[in-house]
Design a protein around this ligand. Structure first.
Ligand code: AMP
Length: 534
């Protein structure tokens, strides 16, 4: 047994999950699946009712598409009734339903499971495998999330970690973790850029490194641009080619489509190493009782032509971010490529062209985030070993009449941060304040975080939004009397039992209020507890 408990660093990816630990100051990944260092982020219920996780789940995806859940990271912490989820439901072959709390859930072999629950199966598998590998029980974890994750998404990831039996010590932003893997204890003083293209999203961050101080200067990205978009281009091409060759439309056959989907991703990955690949799917259809095979050639050149605009889009995002910060590509000392999709030669070539230097090869795109999270976990045992200065990547604000969005804390504000504003006086009844996170002018286009409900006497008083170092929101409101009071926070979709609990709590407080309570140190703040998302 090591002297201090191990803290696992977890990179819970859209496509793959990777976990790492530090022993003797060296971070390493845990082999999690069939000896590989990454575990496919896939959960399934087999036809026999067994729960499958990782490669075994992925391997039976073609024959059991309805009960095989993948890409849950794209759903975690999102409201079921949101534009994003509506869009994603079209792509996923499993059933996404509305969960009790208004979030997303899935139907897995006849049982409805929330997204944090499904995610926890992946995390608890990693925990078990790591404990067996390291021969000691592991409780603590640092989990990495994309920098643009909202407060609800972060809370849902924490919940998944808790359900898996982890004590989640910290949530770290993925690019910061990658930067730690690159620069920890190396005494650098430089600006770097982290280009992270994973399965579902593209994320770019600029960091300033001063020794072990890792300061995020700015972040940007596109939450709808990732590996699956490359796969979809290949799928469309294959469907079109097959239609042209045979006049058969495979788009309406779920099993054929699933086979093409998986072959498209494999082909894309193979084309990172080879110049030409033959996609072969025997017996994809039958015509007049006879099997029809699929055989379509794809070259790297053709793939580049099919997807070049997607790569160009990432460089537009990079260009905008550099312009916002008044930086030139040559101001960056290193470019770290993170995420599986960044292994595509076209991405590497364009990075070279754009920055005039080769991307840093020493940092492994699949492992760096988990390694960095593990290094942070280890450093939490020592005071001041690492300082992380991050920014808020998505603005937080409130709803105004007419559905407009008022930003309270702006994008790229250094965190931790706090901002106060005044509530308009309430004429009667409770004051409600809907909180959203997003970049859009209209609240419908942003992510709903929750509703703050204030007792009427708090109207006209100061409300403070605080974002902590993990990018999580806490709200406090100044009361009117000398009494310390607590105000609960409820979401619109709060289950009935919570709404009742809220009403009971308010009634109890109203009764208590008549009894005089001592003022608290001159000022008084009512703390607002979040009761959504755990
Ligand atoms: P991540 O979310 O970081 O695990 O990235 C997964 C994405 O990277 C998926 O879309 C994979 O298909 C893609 N990917 C993994 N390896 C490669 C590779 N060698 N070339 C191109 N794409 C890859």
């Amino acid at each position: 047994m090591s002297a201090k408990p191990i803290t696992l660093g977890v990179d819970f990816g859209t496509t793959n999950t990777c976990v790492a630990y530090v022993k003797g100051k060296v971070p390493r990944c845990v082999p999690t699946d069939k000896g590989s260092l990454v575990l496919p982020s896939v959960v399934a219920k087999s036809t026999k009712g067994e729960l499958l996780v990782g490669n075994v789940a992925k391997d039976q995806m073609v024959t059991n598409p309805k009960n095989t859940v993948y890409g849950v990271k794209r759903l975690i912490g999102r409201q079921f009734r949101s534009k994003t989820v509506e869009e994603l439901r079209k792509y996923f072959s499993y059933e996404i339903v509305e969960g009790e709390d208004g979030g997303c859930a899935v139907n897995l072999g006849g049982t409805v499971q929330s997204i944090p629950e499904v995610s926890s199966h992946i995390l608890s598998h990693c925990k078990k495998v790591s404990e067996a590998f390291l021969e000691e029980p592991i409780e603590d974890a640092v989990i990495a999330v994309p920098a643009y994750f909202t407060d609800s998404q972060r809370a849902a990831v924490k919940e998944a970690g808790k359900l898996a039996g982890f004590n989640v010590k910290r949530i770290i932003n993925e690019p910061t973790a990658a930067a730690l893997a690159y620069g920890f204890n190396r005494g650098f003083d430089q600006k770097i850029l982290v280009y992270d293209m994973g399965g579902g999203t593209f994320d770019v961050s600029i960091l300033q490194l001063h020794g072990n101080v890792f300061e995020v200067v700015a972040t940007g990205g596109d939450t709808f641009l990732g590996g699956v978009d490359f796969d979809n281009r290949i799928i469309d091409y294959v469907l079109e080619e097959f239609r042209r060759q045979t006049r058969i439309d495979l788009a309406t056959s779920p099993i054929a489509l699933q086979r093409i989907k998986s072959a498209s991703e494999t082909t894309k990955i193979d084309l990172s190493m080879m110049a030409n690949v033959m996609i072969e799917l025997p017996y994809i259809e039958s015509r007049r009782g006879k099997p029809v095979d699929l055989r379509i050639a794809l070259s790297r050149e053709k793939l580049n032509a099919l997807t070049g605009d997607l790569v160009d889009r990432t460089f537009q995002v990079v260009g905008n971010l550099l312009a916002e910060e008044s930086l030139r590509p040559t101001d960056l000392r290193e470019v770290l490529l993170v995420g599986g999709q960044s292994r595509m030669p076209l991405v590497q070539g364009k990075t070279h062209q754009y920055f005039g230097k080769l991307p840093r090869k020493g940092v492994h795109p699949d492992e760096s985030v988990a390694l960095g999270a593990a290094l942070l976990g280890e450093s939490l045992h020592e005071e001041d070993a690492v300082t992380l200065v991050d920014v808020l990547s998505v603005p937080i604000g409130i709803a105004l009449p007419g559905g407009r969005f008022r930003r309270i804390i702006e994008k790229n504000a250094s965190i931790p941060t706090a901002k106060s504003f005044r509530l308009p006086p309430a004429k009667s009844g409770d004051v409600e304040l809907d909180v959203f996170q997003g970049e859009a002018e209209q609240i419908v286009d942003n992510e709903y975080l929750g509703t703050l409900r204030f007792a009427p006497d708090l109207g006209g008083r100061k409300v403070t939004f605080q974002v902590d170092e993990e990018c999580m929101l806490r709200v406090t409101a100044e009361g009117t009397t000398g009494a310390a009071r607590e105000v609960l926070l409820a979401t619109k979709d709060t289950p009935q039992s919570l709404k009742e609990a809220w009403n009971e709590e308010m009634a109890r407080r109203a009764a208590e209020q008549s009894a005089a309570e001592p003022p608290r140190g001159g000022g008084l703040f009512a703390s607002i507890r979040r009761i959504w998302g755990g």
